[in-house]
Write a protein that binds this ligand. Sequence first.
Ligand SMILES: C[S@@+](CC[C@H](N)C(=O)[O-])C[C@H]1O[C@@H](n2cnc3c(N)ncnc32)[C@H](O)[C@@H]1O
Length: 183
Amino acid sequence: MRRFILYSRIGYTGPFKGSLLDAGRLDTVYQCILTSLFVSHGIRRDVEFHAFLYGKPNPPLHLIVDGRTLHDIRIDENTWKETLNKVLSGGTHPGVSICKEGIEVYAKSLNEYYILNEKGEDIKNVNFKDPSFFVGDHVGLPKKFEDALSKNGAKKISIGNERYLAASTIDITNYILDEKGII
Ligand SMILES: C[S@@+](CC[C@H](N)C(=O)[O-])C[C@H]1O[C@@H](n2cnc3c(N)ncnc32)[C@H](O)[C@@H]1O
């Protein structure tokens, strides 16, 4: 099972009316959901996507999109705006859930985890078994949290010297793991 974990420092934690962009950059969350979980005409059933939302009005919230149970969903922005609004309003959707939890608590439940960072070790040289990947939002991971992960043994790994969008980073990581045959 692959896990992608996005730290969204301003992602809204309640229902919203405007665009995903104006809801604390939930557009980044939406884009990361697409690249984590969708392939052409299919869903990656072996991937979980997690976003920790630290925006107003009720932070933190833990959003989970589980490829094993995700159904009745399209890939367009409007569909995801509706779906995110639904779960942020207390509603449900198959494979999409929300709970009240911070990222530090969740990190403690993981065994094998990595920080995606352009200054890390080349991802191609790393042997993965059951990996979880922490990804920063448009600003990057908070230094304090990144340092705490490193102190607990998380390795920084890189997909190259360029600084990519969070969603592109996930897409490229999925591709490299596909090539390596890691589930
Ligand atoms: C848009 S980047 C963040 C850029 C931000 N301005 C910064 O200084 O961190 C979003 C996230 O994508 C990941 N990322 C971007 N480029 C990467 C690379 N070459 N290798 C690994 N991860 C990368 C990192 O997790 C980063 O926090």
